[in-house]
Design a protein around this ligand. Sequence first.
Ligand code: AMP
Ligand code: ZN
Length: 110
Amino acid sequence: MKDCIFCKIVAGEIPSDIVYDDTHVLAFRDIAPLTPKHILVIPKIHCRSAKDSKCTPEVFSQICQAVQKITSQENIEEFRLVTNIGEQGGQTVFHLHFHILAGRQMRSMG
Ligand code: AMP
Ligand code: ZN
């Protein structure tokens, strides 16, 4: 999608530190990490968020499978997996992404 920063990363138009790439999913390191390891996992197709009808169970499944591979590859045993939905949910980039937050003790949510 035009003007979507993550679509531009998928297209290779913006550089990123890619850690995983398959047919449907791309993962790269967050530019402003909140934890020692902070990886974003995105579908290659443009979905606005997990509430988008284009975010089907198949897309979720592709992402979950990728998360398992990425965390194994990165030697991440325990982590937080988060997706923000909409401005009130804290979303700032409107292309579906899951944050893998790892490498330190996480505080409880709320
Ligand atoms: P959210 O606030 O859930 O929408 O998360 C968006 C995330 O994208 C933030 O953690 C940003 O630091 C990250 N981000 C924005 N632009 C880039 C980029 N060009 N490369 C890597 N991460 C980015
Ligand atoms: Zn996009």
